[in-house]
Design a protein around this ligand. Structure first.
Ligand code: FAD
Ligand code: NAD
Length: 470
């Protein structure tokens, strides 16, 4: 039911209910700011909940179980070939989304945040028009823009849109294709490629640059690439699609490998070549908000845009496009609106590729430090020397620390290995607390645990790691 214009100006309107928007709204309400949130989708939670972080991790969990069960044969335990009930798997994954969606709804409700449904666009710097919702217009004193991002598409002349899935369509789990082509070997391509490979697809990846996850440290990507080389039918780096078309029973694509053109047929194609901010089509031209060349909204350290009433957070406000970065920015924006002297200035934002093995890093990467000619000391600890890794039969791991050569202050950490994403939290805290190598080395880690590799890598920097070779 459209009730028309809200009679009162809301103190804070948050546009978009993703991990940026709903966290900003909850934090603002906790600070005593009267807050409303508008979200165009039926449930709040954003891309992260509906078609991103959560469903992909649910499916990766299943993939991991299948993989581990299959490999348990080496320990003398066999379960037989997995039988996959796709309907049940899909329902379970959707159930996870519903459950967490209800949780987000509860977070908003318990704080008396007015939750409107509809698509908002700016009429001016203090008003949004709402389409398809329960109100037609909302006036605000402050606004936090958290409209997120959407998948980039290939040019139609390279591959028409009806020839491929984006991540959301792949996560819908309609079928398990016999052969799946993944275009783009970044986060999504590898996570979902691994899911489909484990569910039974023969997966080929084409990646334009010369390394999978090009933003990641080569030493960390190596063990992942080695495992994927066994799981996938083919991985072609330095390769782009030349063209493709739908044919009966699949999609015919042309790409060149090693200078030679190749034509192959796949049942489905997943295109995961990055995401673009949702800053267009929302009336920003009616405000003073500025956007940069990539379409990201320009913000200051408090996440305030060029329009003093409007803040922007999350994917729409710039890289890295990660849920926890969006949430942190949301808290900063809410505090700034509350008049607090806050800034967004984390010393380290963790990045985790949730493949198996997981790849996680935070702070300065070795490559960046070398490009900047920084005086650094790099120390590594291979997981072959970790008792826990050997006990799990998962020695395909490496922990890498980057220190300031003079002060020994920890500047960056990278980890590849089983559950690396769970280990990186300690590293983020260490960097935030300005830890030096001795802080990590002198910290007593539980045994046997892969977290010991953080302490050992710190000791290894000075030739004191008991379990590392001299
Ligand atoms: P979003 O989550 O995109 O939310 C924006 C919301 O705004 C949406 O709900 C949208 O419906 C709504 N909206 C848009 N326009 C309007 C409008 N005009 N009016 C009203 N509502 C509007 N990140 C991680 O950190 N970890 C992961 O494991 C991870 N996995 C991912 C897996 C996949 C497959 C994908 C696609 C992404 C993944 N990400 C992950 C990235 C993560 O999803 C995003 O960084 C995060 O969702 C950004 O949060 P946000 O609040 O900025 O925007
Ligand atoms: P991505 O930037 O991680 O990877 C895209 C890859 O596609 C890059 O390696 C790029 O070189 C390649 N590429 C670009 N154009 C190409 C082309 N024409 N042909 C072949 N390769 C091409 O992007 P994504 O995987 O689409 O994910 C989008 C974003 O979502 C990520 O950058 C990340 O911010 C977020 N995300 C995070 C997680 C996580 O935190 N675990 C998981 C999924 C997505």
């Amino acid at each position: 039911m459209v009730v028309g214009e809200l009679s009162q100006e809301v103190e804070l309107l948050v546009i978009g209910g993703g991990p940026g928007g709903y966290v900003a709204a909850a934090h603002a309400a906790d600070l005593g700011i009267s807050t409303a949130l508008i979200e165009s989708a039926e449930i709040a939670g954003g891309v992260c909940l509906r078609e991103g972080c959560i469903p992909s991790k649910a499916l990766l969990h299943v993939a991991k179980i299948i993989h581990e069960a299959t490999h348990a044969e080496a320990f003398g335990v066999s379960f037989g070939a997995p039988r996959i009930d796709l309907d049940k798997l899909r329902n379970w994954k959707n159930g996870v989304i519903r459950r967490l969606g209800t949780g987000v709804g509860g977070i908003l409700k318990s704080r008396q945040i007015d939750h409107f449904t509809g698509r908002a666009s700016f009429e001016d710097s203090r008003t949004v028009r709402v389409e398809g919702g329960d109100v037609s217009r909302i006036k605000f004193k402050h606004c936090i823009l958290a409209t997120g991002s959407r998948a980039k598409t290939l040019p139609e002349k390279v591959l028409p849109r009806d020839c491929y899935w984006d991540a959301a369509e792949a996560l819908a789990l309609k079928q398990i294709p016999k052969r799946l082509l993944v275009v783009g070997g970044g986060y999504i391509g590898l996570e979902l490629g691994q899911v489909y490979a484990t569910l039974g697809s023969q997966v080929t990846v084409v990646e334009a640059l010369d390394q999978l996850v090009p933003g990641g440290d080569a030493d960390l990507i190596k063990p992942l690439a080695a495992r994927l080389a066994k799981q996938f039918e083919a991985i072609h780096t330095g390769t782009s699609l030349k063209g493709g078309r739908r044919i009966s029973g699949g999609v015919e694509v042309v790409f060149s490998v090693g200078g030679k053109e190749r034509t192959e047929v796949f049942e489905n194609v997943l295109v995961s070549i990055g995401r673009r901010p949702n800053s267009d089509g929302i009336g920003l031209e009616n405000t003073k908000v500025a956007i940069n060349e990539q379409g990201f909204v320009r913000v200051n350290a408090q996440r305030r845009t060029d329009d003093p009433r409007i803040y922007a957070i999350g994917d729409v406000a710039g890289e890295p496009m990660l849920a926890h970065k969006a949430s942190k920015e949301g808290k900063v924006a809410a505090e700034a609106i509350d008049g607090r002297p806050t800034v967004y200035d984390p010393a380290a934002i963790p990045a985790v590729v949730y493949t198996d093995p997981e790849v996680a890093w935070c702070g300065l990467q070795e490559r960046t430090a070398r490009q900047q000619n920084l005086d650094i000391k790099v120390s590594t600890f291979p997981w072959v020397a970790s008792g826990r890794a050997v006990a799990m039969s998962r020695t395909d791991g490496l922990t890498k620390l980057i220190f300031d050569a003079k002060t020994h202050r920890l500047l960056g950490v990278g980890i590849v290995g089983a559950h690396a994403g769970d280990l990186i939290g300690e590293a983020v805290l260490a960097i935030e607390m300005a830890a030096v190598a001795d802080d990590l080395g002198m910290t007593v880690h539980p045994h046997p645990a892969t977290s010991e590799t953080l302490g050992e890598a710190a000791e290894a920097a000075f030739g004191r790691a008991v379990h590392a070779g001299h």
